[in-house]
Design a protein around this ligand. Structure first.
Ligand SMILES: Nc1ncnc2c1ncn2[C@@H]1O[C@H](COP(=O)(O)OP(=O)(O)O)[C@@H](O)[C@H]1O
Ligand SMILES: [Mg+2]
Length: 256
């Protein structure tokens, strides 16, 4: 029997009396990509922030099971949690400025990340950084340049490199192509898709764009007012949505 890498039970988070997300239960298996969709304000960011440790939920359980080691995410010490987030999780923000330090060179951004998980040898850091800069299709001559000089697409590719270089076990992405020009979106999406396939990544990705979900996600959940109203294999949900709300989401994409 395969054990879920992540098992979430009855997770809830409110902001005073505004519901962020409510009674969310789900499982994620190694190598799966889960898409989270729903209109603005439906709770996608609240959920992904709770799962990634950016936000403390009010109730519920989050259990990670990585290499036969169980982590009860909401019941470990702060220092254990910080270490777990650093070594096992990654978060690709919609705005690369939230995931990068713009006044530190591209290679420096990546190097810092490696040092945070224990790398010390300059030569190793430099060569791994070069390899990843290359892997995300940034010209390696740009390694010592400041990210401020990068285009939006390059910034997002650098953020992706910084996040993946430590081989995290679960990668969270909140609208990773949402802030990019349409022409650039497709290329970044393509890069994410090839990395997911090549590295067999386990990913939770939020997008309001069903085309992104169709391309990347094996399974998906549909959120409305903080709750999951429909879930299943992406192909099935997108081809044959059961809930009226999902039907509206899907048809508005088809008619764009
Ligand atoms: N920091 C906050 N303070 C108060 N309300 C918030 C905060 N963040 C989100 N909310 C509310 O929680 C609900 C879910 O928001 P969010 O998780 O950001 O949804 P989504 O990412 O799907 O747009 C919305 O009603 C939103 O207004
Ligand atoms: Mg959001």
């Amino acid at each position: 029997m395969i054990i879920p890498l992540l098992k979430v039970t009855n997770l809830s988070k409110s902001y005073d009396n505004i519901v962020g997300c409510k009674n969310i239960s789900m499982s994620l298996y190694p190598g799966e990509v889960l898409g989270i969709v729903g209109e603005s304000g439906s709770g996608k960011t609240t959920l992904i922030n709770c799962l990634s440790g950016n936000l403390e939920p009010d109730r519920g359980k989050i259990i990670f099971n990585i290499n036969n080691k169980k982590t009860d995410f909401l019941n470990i010490s702060e220092s254990e949690k910080r270490k777990f987030i650093r070594t096992d999780l990654a978060f690709v923000h919609q705005n690369p400025r939230d995931g990068l330090r713009l006044n530190v060179s591209a290679g420096g951004n990546i190097g810092e990340k490696l040092m945070s998980v224990g790398y010390r040898h300059y030569g190793n850091i430099r060569s791994l950084a070069t390899k990843w800069i290359n892997k995300v299709e940034i010209d390696k001559s740009r390694i010592d340049d400041l990210p401020i000089t990068f285009s939006g697409g390059m910034l997002q590719r650098l953020q992706i490199a910084k996040n993946l270089i430590t081989s995290p076990n679960v990668i969270f992405m909140d609208e990773p192509t949402g802030g990019l020009d349409v022409s650039v979106q497709a290329r970044v999406l393509d890069l994410i898709r090839s990395l997911v396939n090549e590295l067999n990544l386990t990913v939770i990705i939020v997008s309001h764009d069903l085309a992104v979900i169709r391309l990347l996600a094996d399974k998906m959940i549909v959120m409305k007012n903080g709750t999951v109203i429909e879930s299943g294999l992406s192909d099935q949900v997108l081809e044959d949505p059961q809930q009226e709300y999902t039907q509206l989401l899907v048809s508005s994409v088809l008619h764009v």
